[in-house]
Structure formats: C-alpha cells, structure tokens
Design a protein around this ligand. Structure first.
Ligand SMILES: [Zn+2]
Length: 273
C-alpha cells in the first residue's frame, strides 16, 4: 500500500528515490504496465533524459519522491510514453493522485515565477520554505498558488439538478462549480454561483469533501445544497441547459472514481438505494 506524505525539504539524496517525470503537462509512463508509477533512480540515470528542473515533493512510503522536468525527445527507456495528465487521471491510483497533482503544481509554480511582479528582478528559491523571493526588493514571497473552487450538487428529495456546460458532449451533465472570489466565504460563493449560472436559490448547505485538481491549481470544495426557490434559467454563457433528474435515471455524469463531482452524485444516489 502506497502512502504519500508531502514535504518541502530533504536532508540527503537516497538510492531509493522515486521520480515523476514531466514534459509540460505530460507524464512519463510505461505502456506495458497497468499502473502508473514514478521511475527509480536507476531508470532516470539510464533514461537518456536531461533534467531541466528537479523539486522534492515528499515521501512515498519512506522513499524520497521528486518531480523532474525534461524534454521527452531523448528518452530511451523501453515501452515509455508521455501522456497528458488530464487524459491519465482515470488510471492514477488514488494514493498517487495527490503526489502527481503536487508534482504538476510545483513545476508550474517554478516555471511561472521567474521575475518579481513588483520590480522585475529575478526571483530565487527561498531555501527554508517552498517560496520564491525577490533578489532585489521586499515583495511578498510567492508560494505555490492554490485556487479554491466550490462545487455543488443541488438536490430536492430524489431529484438532483445537473447542468450542461457549453463545452460538454451532448448528453453529459454535471454539478455546478465556480471559483471563490476574494472576500467571499465558501457558502457565499456557492449561493452566488448557483444564482449566476442557473438562477435558483439554495439553502441547507452541507460540506461533503475536497479534492485537489491541478489544472492549473484548484482545490475543489464539494458541497450538497438543497433547492429553495426559483425557476431554472441557464446563463447561456457557461451553462446552456440544466434540469432536474431522478437520482435513478441520470444522464451521462462524471465517473465517481475520478472527480469529486462524480463522488457527490454517487453519494447522494446511495442515500436513496
Ligand atoms: Zn522585487
């Protein structure tokens, strides 16, 4: 059983170190292996890959675990493939989901924080904590960004309200979601998003659970919310249609093994079965 513990700094290298190898948003995997895994020190050594950046992520069981960024061209490992992480997440074991999400977000943080937003001077890693600091001025340290998002399953007895995003396939529906604005509580954001996107009021909000989502940096906070009042009026910008569905007669919805949206729907369904 794998267990990942995030950590920011490590005293010394280990022969047992593990490496998630990324070329932009694509992860190195092996096409002849069923499960996704990080590669070993030896595999990295003989991979033919030049490491551009390397960041410590934490410990997989007791083994130090890193993310390295590479250009995939040079790789000589047998049966290797670089696959886009969005396409891959259904195949990532739960225990590795957090580690891989962290890998992608730490690399993105490093890539996108090269210069100070206040004075334009180069940034450098702080060294004692995971932060970039300016080499010239007193600008606040830049930590990896996490963007909280609220995601909501609206329900009324044995029915759930699901929405069709303009970018979804035809018969695919999901829960509503939106970013939390500066100054808002989660509950306020939830009510505002629901009104903005489909025009209904909700009440009796209850917390379900959360999930990291590294595209690019969301923390999804999942809630149930009970329908209170109003007619469904999709905003026609993000949501082009929305409707009530019997919990036992749903359209295509996100799978419960990948997304918190699917988990919310599954959990509500289980209350009635
Ligand atoms: Zn500066």
């Amino acid at each position: 059983m794998l267990n990942f513990t995030p950590s920011n700094f490590i005293e010394k290298e280990s022969e047992e170190s593990k490496f998630f190898v990324l070329d932009n948003d694509s992860l190195l995997i092996f096409s002849n292996e069923q499960f996704i895994r990080p590669i070993s020190s030896n595999e990295l050594k003989w991979s033919g890959l030049d490491v551009n950046e390397k960041h410590f992520l934490g410990f997989l069981n007791d083994d130090p675990c890193y993310v390295v960024s590479v250009k995939k061209e040079g790789c000589v490992l047998e049966n290797h493939e670089f696959l886009n992480l969005r396409a891959l997440f259904g195949r990532v074991p739960d225990e590795l989901f957090g580690a891989i999400s962290r890998a992608l977000q730490i690399i993105n943080w490093s890539r996108s924080n090269k210069f100070c937003g206040k004075c334009g001077s180069p940034l450098t890693e702080e060294g004692k904590e995971r932060a970039m600091i300016c080499t010239n001025c007193d600008a606040d340290p830049l930590y990896p960004r996490i963007s909280p998002c609220v995601i909501t399953l609206i329900h009324k007895e044995n029915k759930v309200l699901l929405a069709h995003n303009v970018n979804f396939p035809d018969n695919f529906y999901s829960t509503l979601a939106g970013f939390i604005e500066p100054g808002e509580s989660v509950e306020e954001a939830l009510k505002r998003e629901v009104i903005e996107e489909i025009g209904v009021e909700v009440d009796n909000i209850s917390y379900f659970g959360s999930q990291t989502w590294p595209f690019p940096s969301q923390l999804m906070l999942g809630y149930f919310a009970e329908y209170k009042s109003g007619e469904i009026v999709p905003d026609q910008i993000e949501i082009d249609k929305a409707d009530w569905f019997d919990i036992n007669n749903l359209p295509n919805v996100p799978p419960s093994n990948i997304s918190i949206s699917g988990k919310l729907i599954e959990a509500y369904k289980n209350k009635f079965n």
